[in-house]
Ligand binder design. Sequence first.
Ligand SMILES: CC(C)(COP(=O)(O)OP(=O)(O)OC[C@H]1O[C@@H](n2cnc3c(N)ncnc32)[C@H](O)[C@@H]1OP(=O)(O)O)[C@@H](O)C(=O)NCCC(=O)NCCS
Length: 166
Amino acid sequence: MTMNAGETSTLRVLRFVEQDLLARATLGNMNWPGPRFTLEQIARIPAMAHYFTEWPGTKDFGLVAEDAKGSAVGVVWLRYFAAASPGYGFVDESIPELCLWVAEAQRRRGLGNRLIAGILEQARSSALPAISLSVETGNPARFLYERHGFAPAGLGFDPGTLVLYL
Ligand SMILES: CC(C)(COP(=O)(O)OP(=O)(O)OC[C@H]1O[C@@H](n2cnc3c(N)ncnc32)[C@H](O)[C@@H]1OP(=O)(O)O)[C@@H](O)C(=O)NCCC(=O)NCCS
């Protein structure tokens, strides 16, 4: 029987020293439709770079999916942003923003789904009030988020800003 990557990968806690993985993941997220930015460019744009710089803030946490060799093949992480330097999916300083990335070769096998389920379980057990995120128009990742209950943040927010109240 062949098991898919979603089933065989191991989830573990994202470590403090893994800023490079978050930089790679942020680059992958910014380039979801195809090449648009280089790492050097996103590192120079504070609104993009702050998804991986100064990781972790005091309340931030995340999960990494590892393949059988121990290589990171996906990551989900929550970042709290200040109103003065909001993320693209910013709703409130008390609501962290979720970022999700899976390595290209491992996609559509359930890994993103497992990562979200894992972080939501942790968020609920830590009694977080809600989680927000930003998804660009046309990105099919939106279906995945909606499946987990994320919905538009509402009036006054960009239509790509989704929130899940826990
Ligand atoms: C979005 C992402 C994390 C999903 O990870 P994944 O491991 O492929 O997710 P899963 O296999 O668990 O679930 C995929 C579901 O998401 C949706 N989806 C994701 N990518 C899709 C695509 N290219 N086409 C259609 N549906 C897609 C579908 O609903 C799909 O479910 P299905 O396979 O049952 O149809 C991954 O595709 C990725 O890293 N993409 C590039 C970066 C990105 O867009 N990040 C999100 C920024 S908001």
